[in-house]
Write a protein that binds this ligand. Structure first.
Ligand code: CTP
Length: 406
């Protein structure tokens, strides 16, 4: 149907990029990108009105998003020539042909297009040897200035290499090394750098990509003292089983996997250095302070576990609850991967499986209504009641009432 509308408007319409790459690889990809030779916004508007979709156009870039009633989206672009007046600046945009449009892309494997117009429907267009590189499993740039124009591509190269199990071609790797040597990556803004790292840390197994970043000397662009040594290599490897355990246990629990990897990567940093990294990556001040504080707190808790001798009495569930309850899930998972103490691991596991989310049946209002306490005493009583519940001393509402009345 996209092709039919293209025919009516006398526009050449193509599916392009990652969608076609993954189609040839037999991998699911629901991100459909359409490129139109000519006015892409006109195409998107016509398509949207015909099929009851919404359409949001971006005139400056000649792009539009078609949004279906069920939320499904298709991105539409007009063929365009982007060039960069200075390295790492925003591109200047002009209209051009499909071939020129594909030429400006990052890697050959992303330059495939499929014609959607009816007369040639399904025709695979391969100007730059993409099929060969898919077969030979190569990540290869189209021209020597690719990484200079857009340094985020260095991280994209690593991401595709690791995700697809391909390898960065030799010349392309040399260009990366050159970009590293020439310090181009310092020009990369914090936000863009963070968003590349977040995507990498959201991949199924980010460890290989971190190792590759370390080998290519990229970590110093995140922070000068970041490195991959035996200790945080072990930690980064430990994150994956911890995350698998957590995801299996709490199937629908929302959390940010990337933060766990980020904390693991930053293990060797001091508190101040951690703040610096967050600043470099333009993490919002609010989140930065919160995360840094939780990280510090969490590390203190682990230290305390390490100091406990074999003869110490076991911690009560209520004590474990108090240790962990102010920490976000991401920080707890990081601690779980990090600690070598069996006792700390068990405590974290107990917290996740049994203690988090436990609350009393009686509320502050109930206690006020019973007339047994007033003011701050109410809060204290509630806390004692919660501790009793965590430790299994009260089970029912009646137990709680008896506890309060004692
Ligand atoms: N692209 C590029 N340079 C960048 C970012 C993107 O040339 N720095 C191009 C790529 O060729 C890519 C297209 O823009 O095919 C769309 O980008 P994106 O949606 O990020 O890439 P996908 O290939 O779809 O990757 P993913 O599978 O991770 O979504």
């Amino acid at each position: 149907s996209a092709g039919k509308i293209g025919d009516e408007l006398d526009l050449q319409v193509y599916a392009v990029g990652g969608f076609v790459r993954d189609l040839l690889l037999g991998t699911e990809n629901l991100d459909i990108d359409i490129t139109v030779e000519g006015d892409g916004i006109l195409f998107a508007e016509t398509f949207a009105s015909r099929f009851g979709c919404r359409c949001k156009g971006h005139i400056k870039f000649g792009t539009a998003v078609i949004v279906f009633p069920d939320g499904f989206k298709i991105d539409v672009a007009s063929t365009r020539l982007e060039y960069y007046e200075t390295p790492a600046a925003l591109p200047v945009v002009e209209r051009s042909s499909l071939k020129m449009d594909l030429y400006r892309r990052d890697f050959t494997i992303n330059t495939l297009a499929i014609q959607l117009n009816q007369s040639d429907f399904g025709l695979l267009i391969d100007y730059f040897g993409a099929q060969r590189d898919l077969q030979e499993q190569n990540i290869r740039v189209l021209h020597n200035l690719s990484f200079v124009e857009d340094p985020t591509r260095v991280f994209r190269a690593i991401r595709f290499e690791q995700r697809l199990g391909f390898h960065i071609a030799r010349h392309t790797e040399n260009l990366i090394k050159n970009a590293v040597k020439m310090d181009f990556l310092h020009k990369l803004g914090g936000k863009r750098l963070l968003s590349e790292l977040v995507i990498i840390f959201k991949e199924r197994d980010p460890f290989g990509a971190v190792e590759r970043m370390a080998n290519l000397g990229l970590l110093r662009f995140i922070h000068p003292v970041l490195k991959l040594d035996a200790m945080n290599r072990r930690l980064l490897e430990e994150v994956k089983p911890v995350i698998s355990w957590f995801e299996l246990l709490f199937l629908d629990r929302k959390y940010e996997k990337w933060v766990v990897y980020f904390l693991a990567l930053c293990e060797i940093l001091t508190h101040d250095e951690f703040i610096e990294v967050c600043k470099r990556l333009a993490v919002s001040e609010h989140y930065r302070e919160k995360l840094a504080e939780m990280r510090r707190l969490g590390e203190r808790v682990l230290d305390a576990f390490n100091r406990r001798g074999a003869k110490c009495r076991p911690l009560q569930p209520s004590e474990i609850y108090r240790l962990f309850n102010d920490l976000a899930v991401e920080v707890l998972l990081y601690l779980m991967a990090r600690t070598k103490s069996e006792e700390a691991k068990k405590a974290l596991s107990l917290y996740f499986t049994k203690l988090q989310g436990v609350h009393t049946i009686l509320t502050g209002d109930d206690i006020l209504a019973l007339g047994v306490a007033r003011g701050p005493m109410v809060g204290e009583l509630l806390e004692q009641l919660l501790a009793a519940r965590l430790n299994g001393a009260v089970m029912s509402r009646d137990d709680e009432l008896n506890f309060i009345r004692q």
